[in-house]
Design a protein around this ligand. Structure first.
Ligand SMILES: [Fe+2]
Ligand SMILES: [Fe+2]
Length: 199
């Protein structure tokens, strides 16, 4: 069924963001330099693509339609709590990044203090990367189960895809989604990502 497949395919993209977040976290902790704009792009992708679009599809369509089948309610409840956890980390990452930007704007700031501002950004990036890894792994197992037991009828599949469509429109349409994918590609090809690969 396409509704389940689409979420699994999103997870492949989410794991690309996981790798970027993990690598940028390691570089920051080694005090290597990453343009602050690139960290802000990671934040935008997390907020718009992962949180708003992907979690939106799960929360407004897929989970409400599957939670009553096969006693899935408890599992779905845990997924929703994890989404809230992800949202909190994304917010903390955003504010730590703003603090780092403000500190970099002030050239007088001692190097030590700048490192202190990088550390929380690195920590939240790492926490978010671990969250993606853990959460998508659990959901993939859930999706496999739903597929195996054939809980989604062709009619429900069509309905879910319609819901997804309205989630897409809400976040800015096909154009915004493809911009998100381009931003992920941009990050993957940044010099600092290549630099890390060599070390
Ligand atoms: Fe999820
Ligand atoms: Fe998911």
């Amino acid at each position: 069924m396409r509704a389940t497949q689409e979420l699994k395919e999103d997870h492949v993209t989410l794991r690309r963001v996981r790798d970027i977040a993990m690598k940028s976290s390691k570089l920051l902790l080694e005090n290597k330099s990453i343009p602050i704009e690139d960290i802000e792009i990671i934040s935008v992708v997390i907020e718009e693509f992962i949180d708003n679009f992907h979690h939106g599809k799960e929360e407004s369509a897929y989970f409400p339609e599957t939670k009553d089948k096969n006693n899935y309610a408890e599992e779905v409840r845990k997924f929703l709590i994890e989404h809230e956890f992800g949202r909190r980390i994304a917010k903390m990452l955003r504010s730590a990044t703003t603090n780092l930007r403000n500190s970099e704007r002030n050239n007088q700031i001692p190097e030590r203090e700048n490192i202190d501002k990088k550390e929380p950004v690195a920590r939240f990036l790492r926490t978010y990367a671990i969250f993606i890894d853990d959460h998508t792994g659990k959901e993939d197992r859930f999706f496999d189960d739903v597929e195996k037991l054939e809980y989604i009828s062709p009619d429900l599949d069509t309905l879910l895809l319609k819901h997804y469509e309205s989630c897409k429109v809400k976040m800015g349409g096909e154009e915004r989604i493809s911009q998100m994918i381009k931003l992920i590609e941009y990050l993957e090809n940044c010099e600092w990502m290549k630099q890390y690969r060599q070390t």
